[in-house]
Design a protein around this ligand. Structure first.
Ligand code: 4FV
Length: 228
């Protein structure tokens, strides 16, 4: 079972996300073990529980100090084979393919950045992989950590029930998902394409692939070149 330890200064942000729907069921089904750790519990500054300080050489803002992070990682490290992930705009872009590789891990430790970032010695000596969820700047690494846990957990075999399939979804096979329809077949005069009502699975598959290709060409031609 994949174990995920999240180190954050805002542990209460995670409950609402982790205790609903698929993520909740995945934990109940013991498909994933997700634990949240308050970084302030690991600072030597027991009085003020300080985890940040001013940057050497001056400059705006504060940085996360090395001591609380090093000691937190040492304390929560559950398995021999652990992968320490730091989420930041300077990280490797997070993709469906990347999410799939992370399902193979035994123990992920995700460090949620805050302020202007972390002391470089954490990146040098503690972090195995740095991940970016997009080219924009967030207030903290908590949302990226939630995104990563969500995208990885749903790919763990047995997490998605049969009604929730991984087959026809975006990026499976390198294409975006094509258009989909559900009842009624005629909604206020807006009809569902006949092929989908034909019951002819071969022509339905063909139609779906053509639509997915057209959608990908139109919206994300880069995916066709790259092949996710
Ligand atoms: C981010 C991203 C991100 C930067 C400063 C947290 C913030 C603050 N993380 N992909 N984009 N992080 O904006 O992963 O420390």
């Amino acid at each position: 079972m994949l174990r995920v330890d999240i180190i954050t200064i805002f542990p209460d942000m995670f409950g609402p996300v982790l205790n609903e729907s698929i993520l909740k069921r995945a934990q109940e089904k013991k498909k994933v073990d997700i634990r949240i750790h308050d970084l302030r519990d690991y600072t030597d500054d027991k009085k003020h529980r300080k985890v940040d300080d001013r940057p050497f050489g001056g400059g705006p803002g504060m940085l996360m100090m090395p001591q609380p992070l090093f000691d937190a990682v040492k304390a929560v490290k559950a398995r021999r084979k652990v992968k320490v992930i730091y989420t930041s705009p300077a990280g490797k872009p997070f993709t469906q393919f990347y999410a799939k590789t992370l399902t193979k891990a035994q123990n992920l430790i995700i460090i949620c950045g805050h302020y202007e970032g972390i002391d470089e010695r954490v990146r040098e000596h503690l972090v195995d992989e740095e991940i970016s969820v997009g080219d924009y700047v967030l207030t903290g690494g908590e949302l990226p950590a939630m995104l990563i846990v969500d995208a990885v957990t749903r790919l763990i075999p047995g997490v998605l029930g049969k009604e929730e399939s991984l087959i026809h979804e975006s990026f499976e096979g390198g294409l975006l998902e094509g258009p989909q329809y559900t009842r009624p077949a005629d909604f206020r005069g807006k009809k569902v394409p006949d092929v989908l009502l034909s019951g002819n699975h071969k022509s339905i598959e063909k139609w779906r692939h053509e639509k997915a290709l057209a959608m990908t060409k139109k919206v994300r031609p880069d995916l066709l070149k790259k092949g996710v």
